[in-house]
Design a protein around this ligand. Sequence first.
Ligand code: PEP
Ligand code: MG
Length: 754
Amino acid sequence: MAIPGVAIRGQRSLLRQIREALAGGGPAQARLDMVVRIIARSMVAEVCSLYMRRAAGEMELFATEGLDPAAVHVTRMKQGEGLVGEIMKLGRPLNLADAPEHPAFSYRPETGEDPYHAFLGVPLLRGGRAIGVLVVQNRTARVYTDDEVEDLQIVAMVLAEMVAGGELLVGGDLKGVEIAPHRPERLKGAKFGDGLAYGVAVLHERPVAPSQLLSDDVPAEETRLSTAIATLQAQIDQMLEGNAGLVDTSFEVLDTYRMFAHDRGWNRSLVDAVRNGLTAEAAVERVRSEHRARLGQARDPYLRERLHDLEDLNDRLLRHLSGEGHTARELPENAILIARNLGPADLLEYDRTKLRGLLLEEGSAASHAAIVARALDIPCVGRLLGLRDRVSEGDAVIVDAESGEAYLRPRPDVVKSIQARIEVRAQRQAEFAKLRDTPAFTRDGAKITLLMNAGLDVDLDIMGETGAEGIGLFRTEFQFMVAEEMPRFNAQTALYGRVMDAAGGLPVTFRTLDLGGDKVLPYMEAEREDNPALGWRAIRMGLDRPALLRLQLRALVAAANGRELRIMFPLVATVDEFRAARALVDIEVAWAERRGRKAPSRLAVGAMIEAPSLIWHLDALLPLTDFVSIGTNDLMQYMFAADRGNPRMADRYDPLCPPALRALEAIQRACAETGTPVSVCGEMAGRPLEAFALVALGFDRLSMPPAGIGPVKQMVLSCDREAARRGVSALLKGGAGSVRHEIETLARKISLAV
Ligand code: PEP
Ligand code: MG
């Protein structure tokens, strides 16, 4: 067949020819041979060879024009061997005037490649992984132009997508090529939400389908791309203008976006790719894969961060191209969602009834996605490095959020064991459900009130199922965190009203906005701080910006509409702060009354004890409060000077140690002496062993994530409080560090279900 020797520039027809050759009938090998011939002619190269990665990790010559055909499927290179191995390793092109001079060059006599000097090889990238290498060679030493490199990369991308799309490698020799990882893998990450799940991978960010790779109308595609880029740039500029004068982290992020969005190199690569016949979406993917391959290996955290920015930018651009946000996706039963990270509302867009688990490449336990996953009781593991490049849509996956691991394409024995564990969990859940209406009394008759922590509408649905006796902590800032813009008075009032309705007369304690620190809102002004956890956050912000806090208090009073209202303030560090905050509540109640609105039937105002300073000023604080609640997450962070969000600190200090337990005991005693109701609402209250220690210290109100209520209740029912008290108080005296082990032994001794 005569193939016109077109120059590679403006090579839409080349891509078409490749596609036709690949899509045509006949044996796969013949089609591949045709493809390399077409490329060689178009690029005026004497050699064009395609190497693919075998499952064992070796690179194998799959087709060649110009080298000895007898070497096809014979020449193989180990990982990292030769120039081809080098390209695989680096994930980027190698453009050499004189290949044999290169230190990695490995001579293969069977190929007959002796006379060729000029060498250009590019990886076939899928996601950030190289699945093959495409090489052109010329006799005469020369460096290929940037345009030629770009063109070969585009060809390689189309080939990669087609190979991966199954259009090519079916049967025979071509089996066993590693297009996508297929071996079982186990990735270690971090626990974001408890539980176990086994299901089918659904990719949140789906690669462009091979059928959408090539455009039919280049000028129209170019217009589509430039419109999308212009919209994206305008949107980012606007976001920046809206925040003019800000010097904070979100500003920096936006500013970096802006730099990238206007980056001529990025824009040009996209336009070039479209001019060469790709669709705008495919162009985005092509440029993205290259960045991933290049920056993904970077050790420098700064560069890796930049990759994240670029990823975000690419996602945004794809959204602009699709002209809309996500449309609701049809999920398989047992879907496990795989994503780099999720925005606040993303998870809620999926069908809850089919979503079994969530795996994230990044994120932190305090991230929005993790918070929502916990609220929905979806097992979630995060910080799984390399996740997205290792899993394909439809792969079987296990989320083990008990150990913080993910199993990709697990072996049957692993599946069996996980299914057995899922079964055991389900049985335990069923037992907890049976206890739903049983009041939580210890064996020696002490009543323990078990409350639930909440923060989103979705939490309300499960309130009834848990048997919680109320909401001990409603984190009002969640509504702000999942919103695109500041929730107004009506939206706030509506949510608080719904929460009280859902509680159906059971008490709800609203915690006023706990923003700042790591909870920065994109639409809210915040200054960059060196130590955000110690900075301008929570009640400090509320008191300095009383308009915001008063609006919230007004919404709370309006929502109560004559019902009981319980409000508490986060991170109070001095008695004066509490006094000032409480005064604002009084002002708002008076304001409502002046307008003839109903004042709360009963008003209870409390402080969260999260700053250690208060422990030594309880005598002054408690008479001013109606109740207090201990936020152990923050209290421990400040007591041990250990960032609660830093995974390196996560297991360093155990709250089950004498200093922590003594501090808690001191608070409990002071409250008992003054008759001030006290609860514990940090995460530790939801873990049976920790809850056991709290009950032993005399606490009788515990507020926890919904999933904790069943296990904690089971513990309470089997607990002899007096024996626990004696045992734990003995442990408070000595000890060097954690007394977890001792408390465990004690719990076992008094036959406790923990
Ligand atoms: C705490 O600090 O323990 C607490 C309950 O508040 P948050 O986790 O929302 O900071
Ligand atoms: Mg807190």
